[in-house]
Design a protein. Structure first.
Length: 102
């Protein structure tokens, strides 16, 4: 996965999933001050930091759209309700069962 991520994409992604800077900092492991400075274009994080931010946002249902002549962007992979349901299912744990499908 490429770590291309702009400040504008980060702000837009957080807005789409209704996530605060503090929440993104916590789930990504990136210092909140660094995140805020990046979003305000006061700091350019390294590729590893961008990758951590991007991965955290993608795990919460954000899809990054590459530059395609119309500008890079973001969108939701699923509606918020679907993302919460998927996250809930993934947290259920347990052993996988056998399917009776032939």
């Amino acid at each position: 996965m490429t770590a291309i991520l702009t400040a504008a994409q980060t702000r837009a992604a957080r807005a789409l999933i209704d996530m605060s800077c503090k929440q993104l900092a916590q789930v990504s492991g990136v210092d909140e001050r660094i995140l805020r400075e990046f979003e305000h274009k006061l700091y350019e994080p390294d590729e590893q930091t961008r990758l951590r931010l991007r991965s955290a946002l993608e795990e919460h249902g954000v899809v990054f759209i590459p530059e395609n002549g119309g500008g890079a962007g973001v969108r939701l992979k699923f509606a918020g309700k679907e993302v919460r349901a998927i996250n809930r299912w993934e947290d259920e744990g347990g052993l996988p069962g056998e399917d009776d499908v032939s």
